[in-house]
Design a protein around this ligand. Sequence first.
Ligand SMILES: [Zn+2]
Length: 368
Amino acid sequence: MRASRRIGAVLTALALLVSTGCSHQKGNAKVAQKLDRKGDEIVVAGQLFHTGAPVVTWMDPGGYDAYRTERRFAPWEKSSYNATTQEVKDIDSPARYNIRYTPTTRPYGSPGKQLTPEQLEQVRGGGWPLSLVQDKVDQFVYHFDVCGTSRQCFNILHDHRGLSVHFMLDVDGTIYQTLDVKERAWHATTSNNRSVGIEIANIGCYPVNNDKTLDEWYRKDPNGLTRMVLPAWMNSTWIRTPNFIARPARNEPIVGEIQGRMYKMYDLTPQQYDSLIKLTATLCTVLPKITPDYPRDEYGNLITHALSKETLENYHGLLGHYHVQTNKQDPGPAFQWDKLTNGARKLMGLKPLPNGDIINNPKTLAKK
Ligand SMILES: [Zn+2]
């Protein structure tokens, strides 16, 4: 009896040891085993999510790191924050981002809405739980960068303006993530608290009678196909895909009304649409308060000007920078809202919405 009880106790102890051992090696991972990445992951609250599109994060070789306080492209000896303040008047803070829904020294937060003291205490070390990001982030703001390439965009934002954005989308479809989505990036004034932002590489839109910049950036091949031409001071190696030729998704420039004025612009590249659709579907899924739709009027048509303060306050979904601010035109008239939104909805397994992009789908207009 006694002997068998002792054996029983030993077996229980052994079983405990084995089970504790197992819990330290979840999924049979070995010490220092490398977790492989596919190269399509974005980071939201420290967690990785697949997009199906090429992504280079701030942690990857060739990435752009908005957490760094020194300038990226200045000579090293002049790049520190202190040295930078001597040369760049717009940079008045070592960081180009801060905590969502907290008071800020810069005019990029809405002071009315803030985290509770408990929430602030929870996240001020940087560790946002995913659930809190999901609760607080409900807009995705599209910009064009007026820089032409993502590298130049980072140079302007980080080294010259003291600003930031979560994502940059280069002409070859490469998505660069510069900050975790949990951070408040500085890209869209009053919407910074609640939004994710992306700068799309594109030289932008211009008044129809003043489109010299477009003539400099776009040429026609002998076969009549339009291509983007980098200025001589930019290097083609700035674009990650070797020998990439950037062609707008539509061969001719698009003219359309933004903020009540007519502007002309070349479309994004097909590679950009492909990546943007995948990223949009990913964000709308991971952060479900971002509804996969754009601002529409009572007839279901795209609104092509800034929303009123109240409308913007109540809006959650996809939007352009021009929906936030009256002094902005991005992402411009050529940006295809129906293609983007319904492309993302398809990936999410949702029904398409009626076309309402009055600039790019005029034949399928909702009633007016
Ligand atoms: Zn913008």
